[in-house]
Design a protein around this ligand. Structure first.
Ligand SMILES: [Zn+2]
Length: 645
């Protein structure tokens, strides 16, 4: 299957269990003791180190002009070289970190054309460093010289790049706007026949996308030419071998917190680009201002378990070295790294075995996409224990079987052919699909009304209610006297004597089913996902469950597990892996130790001879009946793995 995905390269990152530690070094760390650091890594049984190499600060003697060597690198020393040698001696791979987004004043004085320019022509200066432009010759020529030297000199196992693509905010959160350098102005004019905008719009996002991917391709080609065994890791999907992402926090970020952050990032990367390795960094710090203050232990643990339960690398990041002043994050990560080292046979070459696909927003377009709608559906699927894969590209069509594809806010034209060929599709969005499905009467941006349940036989989960609340956009489709769910438009809300006394039922459907060729498409033309994300009403979960059950009558997994148990269903060679993660410790803004859960009954479609629990080691009794293998997980604390043969 991998070979059907263009650009996928086979390498250590795909074939080995990965326990990855990233140290975001400060320039003062250039005098670190390589043996000490590598000893700490070996002790926690990490097997990949991502460490500062060059870009803003070089941690090795470099001969390339304007490549600033750390002033703290003792004369005659080669910190990066020493670490690389010591790590390799212990079987630890080393990925070098570069950041070309900023460089010195000396470079700016000599080559002002390399740099980011604000709309008024000023450079962007932060702590004495000048921001470069992704379209300028610093990225496209000077960086290539720097990387060529590095790759010639050191047998690295990979390279990683931070900050890729003209950030419009600095670390302090100040808006610096869009780059107006001569190259950007000329190139944008050529692409769109107009001047650069003041604020990013869809065209500008497309422009930045194209610009950053050009550089990604240059770097990728260079790495693959000079070190064919080395991996290329970046925050982009194009040209890379590993797709980087982060689970992080920021104090000003809108609530609620997203406890599925790592699962979301890894699931999406793995199933959007099946030939690449997802590396989701668990960032230890609270926010930029407090790089040395760690988030809670249980948030660290949750992210690490989610990473590996979804087929990604175990990946953990610290600022500075492993000698932390706040040791909570490192001390949490250590036993998890060690346990995974002891059970590493289960943690490589995992593939999703899910038969439901959730489409994430379109990659490669710059088109906006409702994160709230997506997250609501993500939560519903997880809480319903429906194993699902997330993808943001459509190349999976024809390469992999699914029973059901779910789309929100982006229902691409490819879904039509998929349905006509016998596929089943659920669209949950007021935004109309990009193929003809049902005639639209009008689109209302904000409706505060209800839906009436007309046919309870279709909605067994809604037996205790005749109403669901609607708030937000609603797309009115042609009226249907037989619609099972219909709109009640807004009516009087007060005083109590007047509440809804004037309401009127309509025949405007809140759900339609359409046959397309050999397949079926269901459309909920309002934002059930976003409403569930914010309100968590059981009626939304009930409606979702009943529609999914109608489209996909056979579930892969049936269980009495609590909704806050996340389960992922993975394939590894000939065996299957069921991962269970306990999210019950998350409340409001806190992550506490999860409440232990006992006697979780599980029924998995298919016949398995044995089920082994790895975290609380036991052979579980299995029974096969009516197409399902049944067993009970006696105890779940934070995480459990069931291996099925
Ligand atoms: Zn520019």
């Amino acid at each position: 299957m991998l070979s059907s995905f263009a650009g996928a390269r086979d390498g250590w990152w795909l074939n080995e269990p990965i326990r990855w530690v990233q140290t975001n070094l400060r320039e003062t760390d250039a005098n670190l003791d390589a043996a000490h650091l590598v000893g700490q890594l070996a002790d926690m049984r990490a097997n990949v180190l991502l460490i500062g190499m060059g870009g803003i600060t070089a941690y090795y003697p470099t001969r390339i002009e304007f490549h600033t060597i750390s002033p703290y690198l003792p004369p005659g020393h080669d910190m990066f070289g020493d670490v690389l040698q010591a790590a390799h001696a212990k079987g630890i791979r080393v990925v070098g970190r570069f950041d070309f987004s900023k460089t010195s004043k000396a470079a700016f004085d000599a080559h002002p054309e390399w740099f980011f320019r604000k709309a008024n022509g000023d450079p962007v200066i932060y702590n004495g460093l000048y921001s470069t432009c992704i379209n300028g010759a610093y990225y496209r020529e000077q960086a290539v010289k720097i990387l060529s030297e590095a790759l010639d000199k050191y047998p690295v196992d990979g390279l990683f790049f931070n900050m890729f693509g003209n950030q419009s905010r600095d670390y302090s959160g100040n808006d610096v706007g869009l780059c107006h350098c001569a190259v950007c102005r000329r190139k944008y004019e050529q692409m769109f026949h107009k001047e650069l905008p003041d604020k990013p719009d869809d065209d500008y996002r497309k422009f930045m996308f194209v610009s950053s991917r050009e550089v990604a391709a240059i770097f990728g080609d260079l790495i693959h030419k000079k070190r064919p065994q080395a991996g290329y890791f970046n925050y982009v999907q194009e040209s890379t071998d590993g797709i980087m992402s982060e689970s992080n926090t920021a104090v000003a970020r809108p609530l609620p917190m997203w406890p599925y952050s790592a699962s979301d990032n890894v699931n999406r990367a793995l199933n959007s680009e099946p030939g690449k390795m997802p590396v989701n960094l668990c960032m230890q710090f609270v926010d930029y201002w407090w790089r040395f203050a760690t988030v809670t232990r249980d948030e660290i643990a949750l992210r690490l378990w989610e990473n590996i339960a979804n087929g990604g690398a175990l990946a953990f990041e610290v600022n500075g070295t492993l000698d932390q002043q706040d040791r909570q994050a490192v001390e949490t990560a250590k036993p998890i790294f060690r346990w995974l080292a002891d059970h590493e046979q289960y943690y490589s070459r995992e593939r999703s075995a899910a038969r439901v696909l959730l489409l994430a927003g379109p990659a490669n377009t710059g088109q906006t996409y409702s994160q709230r709608s997506y997250r609501g559906l993500f939560r519903l699927l997880s809480e319903e224990h429906i194993p699902f894969a997330v993808s943001n590209n459509m190349r999976w069509l024809g390469t992999r079987d699914f029973d059901l594809v779910i789309a929100t806010d982006w229902a691409p034209p490819e879904l039509r052919g998929y349905a006509e060929g016998g596929g089943r599709v659920l669209i949950v969005s007021p935004r109309e699909p990009q193929f003809p499905l049902a005639s639209i009467v009008r689109k209302s941006p904000d409706v505060r009304g209800y839906f009436r349940v007309r046919d309870h036989s279709l909605f067994p989960s809604l037996h205790d209610t005749n109403l669901l609340m609607l708030e937000g956009p609603f797309t009115e489709l042609a009226g249907d006297a037989k619609a099972p769910l219909t709109l009640i438009p807004p009516s009087m809300i007060g005083p109590p004597e007047k509440v809804h006394v004037d309401w009127k039922d309509t025949d405007q459907p809140g759900l339609v089913f359409r046959t397309m060729g050999k397949g079926t498409v269901a459309w909920i033309p309002w934002d059930l996902g976003a409403l569930y994300y914010r309100e968590s009403l059981p009626a939304y979960a009930g409606l979702f469950r009943d529609v999914v059950d109608r489209l996909q009558p056979t579930r892969q997994l049936r269980t009495n597990a609590h909704p806050l148990v996340e389960m992922t269903w993975m394939q590894q060679g000939d065996r299957k892996l069921l991962h269970l993660i306990n999210l019950s410790g998350h409340s409001q803004t806190g992550y506490f130790p999860p409440l232990p859960m006992i006697d979780i009954r599980v029924e998995i479609a298919g016949r398995f001879k044995e089920a082994i629990s790895a975290r609380n080691p036991a052979h579980l009794q299995v029974h096969f009946e009516n197409g399902y293998t049944r067993f009970t997980v006696p105890r779940l604390t934070g995480y459990e793995l069931i291996v099925l043969n």
